[in-house]
Design a protein around this ligand. Structure first.
Ligand SMILES: [Zn+2]
Ligand SMILES: [Zn+2]
Length: 134
């Protein structure tokens, strides 16, 4: 038994399932709005990235054991020069290896409404400064 969070993609209409517990680790907020929790998530099927408010993400019980999913956490540059914050987006990695690539390559990501901790837009073209696989 477990609980799955369902991240729907409004572009390709496909869903990504993540263990609910895992989702809790991916929640962010902006400095000015600590109570507005969200996940900045890139769809691993089409590369479309959107800010998904936590309250919009549905969950469901599953009778099966919940499969662990390797998360690719990408730290991207902010559009404001010298801004100390970066933009953190999450997607699915191809494996649990620390050097694993994201399922959809960065060059194919299309981000919409994703911002840094200070509320600035992400720099385009996207520039990744670091990443982790968790
Ligand atoms: Zn998609
Ligand atoms: Zn910024």
């Amino acid at each position: 038994m477990g609980r799955l969070a369902i991240l729907d993609c409004s572009d390709c209409q496909r869903a990504t399932f993540i263990p609910s517990q895992k989702l809790d680790e991916l929640v962010d907020h902006e400095r000015a709005a600590p109570n507005s929790k969200f996940v900045d998530f890139v769809c691993p099927h089409c590369g479309s990235g959107r800010r998904q408010p936590i309250e919009s993400i549905s969950t469901r019980e599953t009778a099966n054991e919940v499969q662990q999913v390797p998360i690719f956490n990408a730290f991207l540059k902010c559009s404001v020069k010298n801004c100390p914050a970066h933009v953190t987006v999450r997607t699915i990695a191809i494996s649990r290896d620390q050097n694993a690539k994201p399922q959809k390559p960065l060059a194919q990501w299309k981000l919409d409404g994703i911002k840094c901790y200070e509320g600035h837009a992400v720099k385009t073209p996207l520039e990744m400064t670091d990443h982790t696989v968790t």
